[in-house]
Design a protein. Structure first.
Lengths: 262, 291, 357
């Protein structure tokens, strides 16, 4: 029997084709080609200002591309809004933490279930049976997510009072609540000490295995990147510099030059 | 033609709104607060000018000077006592405090000077000049000229003087300004002083045009000038100028061609329409948030 | 790490208790006042304030939903009250002969007023959604002024031919035996007073029911998420426009019901009553009671409405004192030095409580 279980035959969950964006006279991203397959953990690295977060903003429709296409789950994402793309299955965390500061940790995660377990405002106001059933479901699923991200002891803490590392994990929990097919993590380990980073690596791997999703992450911490990413794309000045496995990237002279200079 | 005289009268009214709007926009740009009491400072200015002219029999320029001095002092005192302690508070808290100050001024005026209207003496001779087919009263002319002079002087002050650049720096980034050695407290006080001084000038022009002086006279012009400032782009000085002029023109045209009773509604309706087309006001800058 | 939970506060139970307190306060107040009324212990001044206070409490609860929960500065709440008031007066006037029981007519008028105000809220919400911050505030202010202008120029009446309505006095003609409902700037005159304090109390309870049920639900979380971080809320699939619209319409609905009750409490009512100053008054009630805190709103509204009356003995100076009191309260509650002091005390309390439980 012929074995055609190559990645090349299976369609990628994210297919970026010749993606480019100009801001006035500045080209922030140019001619980017990249694929992410189901269940993969892919890294997006590059020096500061390379355009990594811009790529995330393009994928989540915060910006609209000037050139190129983004195919997600087999469908072209052109014309979609930020809200649409999340409903389609892309969730993200932010480089500068964006939590709902006045809500508790548990409520932050519960907001993520907004479109996953919906019910109307009338149901809420009249406290119809669907309200109670839905809220029980949301509470249970939210607590599960908190446990996975080791935030359950903070459940009733106001989000703005959380320690920094916990805030980053909360963003991940909230993004996961939206039931995504692709999770974009923007510097999830920023500001973490080595032990927190090691725990985070285990969490990310667990999340991928448990929820069976693809993960694309931006990171500067090379130990994390090389430790959990199966493939890496290197960006420099908005263009792809190299793509490959961690070993290939680590020994690539162009990459070394980009990071360390001549 | 009627059109031209309406236009010029609109410019006249708009000039008053523009001068008042400058006070709102400068304070907002630098202290990041809505000085709700600004309209009532105008009222105080009108009363001071009134008493200077009638009870003390001062000549017109002296009356204006008296109003300017009192209003400037009042503005700085209010800032120091009521707004400065709330620099770190939410903008809503400062707004409510400003409302308290406004009520205080209105009711204080009512107690001191009674709520019955006083008639502001006419100091500008009643003649007029003809501009083409329209006749323009001396008062309207004076109002428009004053506004232009104020604009020129203020723009020169902001762009050419050291204090002016300090003010521009504070409106961009107070923290960085402090690190650059700018005395932010002094700059904010100066801003209030200038705004209140301008309010005094506007008050005299307003009281000359609509000669009744009463404790709540500053309320409606204040609201309108505030909407003019937002309309032109809050924080932008040219925006306040243009916003005020356009608002005045719209109001006069609405009174003339549509209905006096509905003129206010029309002014506000036009404002809403413009803001829908350009959500940050005519000359307002869109603040780009880093995602 | 383990001690952090003891420092921070608010389990779900505590929030529930807070909600029950507000219902309890309202019911307790009602019982006390009814007793005082029946034993003839209330001054006529206080009696005349009963219905207006309930109206302003409901309008303030609605505004708190806008400002406190949704984070939008609405400077036109009085406009929605006026829509409810004049709609309610018209409905009551029209139904005067068909629905003779005053309470039923009152309730119908209030529902009509609330629904019309909610419709206005929806229509106004459409342009308002596009704006943010101060620009949104200005547009709500502008709409409040426009609504006032509309009612200043509205002539509505009905006779044997049906309902007549005009915006120009000259073209308005009413047959003999017809009833004038709204007379332009003179507003409504000769209104049958059918408002009642009990209905007002029930309205407050309904308002609390609606607002709390909304706040503690999926919609409430979405509204608060949109308030706390718009960009993040969009990224998890929340339509910011929908959340803003929801809070606007519910707030307008409540203001409309309150307005109808208010309008049917007086035999004459002028459109000028619902001006910018009234909108600001309601805003002050909300801010002083605490943004998002409905119990606080009830208390602050009652206190601030009674204060000028209690100071009546000081005659002309009372509004001045009111203004000074307002400024003092704002300075004291927003000064950083005092704020940190309060935090330390409440932390000590929570720490002590948690370690016992």
């Amino acid at each position: 029997m012929a074995d055609n279980t190559d990645n090349n035959v299976k369609a990628p969950v994210l297919d970026v084709q010749e993606l480019g964006i100009d801001f006035g006279g500045l080209t922030a991203v140019n001619d980017l080609n990249m694929q992410v397959y189901d269940g993969e953990i892919v890294g997006l690295i590059g020096p500061n200002g390379a355009g990594k977060t811009t790529v995330f903003n393009l994928l989540t429709k915060v910006y609209n591309p000037t050139r190129g296409r983004i195919i997600f789950d087999g469908k072209d994402t052109a014309g979609k809004t930020v809200v649409d793309i999340n409903k389609a299955g892309i969730a993200r965390t932010f480089q500068n933490i964006r939590l709902f500061g006045n809500l508790t940790v548990l409520d932050n995660v519960k907001t993520g279930f907004h479109n996953v377990i919906p019910y109307s405002p009338i149901t809420a106001i009249l406290r119809l049976p669907k309200y109670y059933a839905s809220e029980r479901d949301i509470e249970e699923k939210a607590m599960d997510l908190l446990k996975i991200l080791e935030l359950d002891q903070f459940a009733y803490v106001t989000a703005s009072n959380l320690p920094y590392g916990a805030q980053r994990r909360l963003e991940i929990a909230r993004a996961l609540a939206t039931d995504p097919k692709l999770l974009l993590l923007d510097e999830p380990a920023a500001g973490m000490n080595p032990q927190e980073t090691a725990e985070l690596m285990d969490m990310i791997r667990f999340v991928r295995d448990h929820f069976k999703i693809a993960i694309l992450l931006i990171e500067h911490d090379m130990k994390l990147v090389m430790g959990i990413c199966e493939r890496i794309t290197v960006l420099n000045y908005g263009m792809m510099l190299a793509q490959g496995t961690p070993e290939e990237i680590q020994s690539n002279p162009d990459v070394i030059k980009a990071y360390l200079g001549d | 033609m009627q059109f031209l005289s309406y236009l010029i009268n609109g410019l006249g009214l708009g000039s008053v709104y523009a001068i008042i709007a400058l006070g709102y926009t400068m304070v907002y740009g630098i202290a990041k607060m809505l000085n709700f009491a600004h309209g009532d400072v105008i009222m105080v200015g009108a009363y001071i000018a009134f008493f200077s002219l009638t009870r003390f029999g001062l000549p017109f320029p002296a009356a204006v000077l008296a109003a300017v001095l009192v209003c400037t002092t009042l503005g700085v005192v209010i800032e120091r006592l009521a707004y400065k302690p709330l620099r770190q508070a939410t903008s809503l808290a400062v707004l409510i405090t400003a409302i308290g100050v406004s009520y205080f001024l209105q009711n204080g005026a009512q107690i001191l000077w009674s709520s019955s209207s006083k008639v502001f003496p006419s100091v500008i001779s009643a003649g007029s000049i003809s501009l083409g087919s329209a006749s323009v009263s001396y008062l309207t002319l004076l109002t428009i000229v004053t506004c232009i002079v104020v604009m020129i002087c203020l723009t020169a002050f902001i762009n050419k003087t050291k204090t002016g650049s300090a003010m521009r720096a504070c409106s961009e980034d107070k923290g960085a300004s402090m690190l650059m050695g700018i005395n932010v407290n002094r700059i904010i006080s100066i801003t209030f002083a200038i705004g209140s001084g301008l309010a005094a000038i506007a008050s005299v022009l307003l009281a000359s045009t609509y000669p009744s002086v009463y404790p709540t006279m500053g309320s409606m012009p204040g609201i309108k000038a505030f909407t003019a400032a937002v309309f032109g782009g809050i924080g932008s000085i040219p925006g306040a100028f243009i916003g005020g002029l356009i608002l005045g023109i719209i109001e006069i045209f609405a009174k003339a061609y549509i209905s006096t009773q509905l003129s206010d509604a029309i002014v506000f309706a036009v404002l809403i329409i413009i803001l829908l087309i350009k959500p940050t006001g005519l000359l307002g800058k869109k603040i780009n948030v880093k995602v | 790490m383990k001690n952090i939970t003891s420092i921070f506060s608010l389990s779900g139970d505590k929030k529930k208790r807070g909600r029950l307190y507000s219902f309890a306060i309202v019911i307790a107040a009602y019982i006390i006042i009814e007793i005082l009324l029946n034993t003839g212990n209330l001054s006529s001044l206080f009696k005349s304030l009963l219905v207006p206070i309930t109206c302003y409490v409901v309008a303030s609860i609605g505004l708190n939903l806008n400002v406190g929960v949704s984070g939008e500065l609405n400077l036109g709440q009085a406009g929605f009250m006026s829509v409810g008031a004049f709609c309610g007066i018209c409905v009551s006037g029209i139904l005067a002969n068909t629905v003779t029981m005053p309470v039923i007519r009152l309730v119908i008028a209030m529902i009509c007023g609330a629904c019309l105000a909610a419709l206005f809220g929806f229509v106004i919400g459409i342009p308002v959604l596009k704006l943010q911050g101060d620009y949104l505030a200005i547009v709500t202010l502008a709409f409040g002024q426009i609504i006032k202008s509309i009612f200043m120029n509205a002539y509505i009446g009905f006779d044997e031919d049906g309902l007549h309505c005009s915006f120009v006095e000259a073209t308005f003609k009413l047959k003999q035996g017809g009833k004038m409902l709204l007379n332009g700037p003179m507003g409504a005159t000769g209104t049958q007073k059918i408002a009642s304090f009990s209905v007002g109390i029930v309205l407050i309870l309904i308002a609390l029911f609606i607002v709390y049920n909304l706040m503690f639900s999926r919609s409430g979380r979405a509204i608060m998420a949109a308030r706390d971080n718009r960009i993040a809320a969009e990224s998890i699939g929340i339509h910011i426009s929908s959340t803003k619209m929801l809070s606007f319409v519910v707030s307008a609905f409540l203001a409309g019901a309150a307005g109808a009750l208010y309008g049917l409490n007086y035999s004459t009512l002028v459109p000028n009553k619902f001006d910018f100053n009234t909108s600001i008054l309601i805003l002050v009630f909300v801010v002083l009671g605490g943004l998002g805190n409905m119990t606080g709103t009830i208390i602050s509204t009652v206190v601030l409405m009674l204060l000028p009356e209690l100071l009546r003995s000081l005659q002309d100076y009372r509004m001045l004192i009111y203004a000074v009191v307002l400024i003092m309260i704002m300075l004291v509650t927003n000064n950083e030095w005092l704020k940190t002091k309060v935090k330390v005390i409440t932390n000590r309390k929570a720490k002590g409580g948690a370690s016992n439980g």
